[in-house]
Design a binder for this molecule. Structure first.
Ligand code: NAD
Length: 263
């Protein structure tokens, strides 16, 4: 186990015990890291139940990245309770697209819904980092979560494909912008995992089955697989890694022709 004793992390994106961010919290805590959670108010009761399971959680404040002001409020609340405190790690595990983005053919998705998906799922990385910067220690590590539909067509992922492409572009841009000050920003491209966010994607179970049958490791990844890679990126072992998209997907992204057609 990596040692992150004395380190502090902001973790955004815990909605339930199935959240990838929750597995990340558990592994960061096991490594000795102290945690400050940003949660969406609609998931407040679940987050309040979960936080009691993890003594490493020192603070938790509402966070809505849809607007600048509500994002700033998280950091204002953190700074008021913990003057002078800084974090070494920021985990951005946030994604959302309105239902209509998936219900309609992509040609007919409305501008407002596209903008919501892009703001929350992609541009919020920039928004979070802009407000976080005064509270990030030198040499900080930011990790965001993306999906391979950013570069290759996945049926039903729709507008979220554009959002993930933009998120990966933000990762590179921000890595170059903040790299000279020693801050690192990377993305983990996770294979499909059953979570609240994933439940909104039509045909998701079919995708899970297809990956399990065709990925080189012949299985789907788990929240713990993604959390392990996050821990590594958060640690000094990854001190030379920035601006990257690291695939944690049981190898599925290197395949082209599905193994199952040979059966
Ligand atoms: P999840 O539903 O547990 O987490 C999504 C989180 O986004 C929730 O905590 C939710 O509160 C937060 N969120 C949404 N809108 C927000 C807003 N306006 N302000 C603040 N927070 C907001 O699902 P998850 O699968 O753990 O998703 C975490 C990340 O992983 C997402 O970016 C998702 O796209 C990405 N990802 C998931 C999969 C998968 O198959 N589950 C695969 C690849 C990437």
């Amino acid at each position: 186990m990596l040692n992150l004793e004395g380190k502090t992390a902001f973790v955004f994106g815990v909605a339930s015990e199935d959240s990838i961010a929750w597995a990340i919290c558990q592994q960061l805590a096991a490594a000795g890291c102290r945690l400050f959670l940003g949660y969406q108010k609609r998931f407040m009761s679940r987050v309040f139940q979960l936080k009691d399971q993890l003594p490493a959680i020192e603070g938790f404040y509402p966070l809505d990245v849809a607007a600048d002001e509500s994002t700033r409020e998280f950091f204002d609340a953190f700074a008021a309770d913990h003057p002078g405190r800084q974090a070494d790690v920021l985990v951005h595990a946030i994604g959302f697209a309105p239902r209509t983005c998936f219900d309609r053919p992509i040609l007919f998705v409305e501008d407002a819904d596209i903008n919501t998906a892009m703001t929350i799922s992609a541009n919020s990385l920039q928004r979070c980092l802009r407000h976080a910067l005064p509270y990030l220690a030198p040499g900080s590590s930011t990790i965001t979560l993306t999906y391979a539909a950013s570069t290759r067509y996945v049926p039903s992922y729709g507008i979220m494909s554009m959002a993930k492409a933009a998120l990966e572009c933000w990762t590179r841009e921000l890595a170059c912008h903040l790299g000279p000050e020693g801050h690192r920003i990377n993305a983990i491209s996770s294979g499909p995992i059953r979570t609240i966010a994933a439940s909104g994607i039509p045909g998701f179970d079919n995708i899970l089955n297809h990956v399990a049958d065709n990925a080189p490791l012949r299985r789907n990844v788990t929240q713990d697989d993604v959390a392990g890679a996050t821990l590594w990126l958060a640690s000094p072992l990854a001190a030379g890694v920035t601006g990257q998209v690291i695939h944690v997907d049981a190898g599925y992204s290197i395949t082209m022709v599905p193994e199952t057609i040979m059966a």
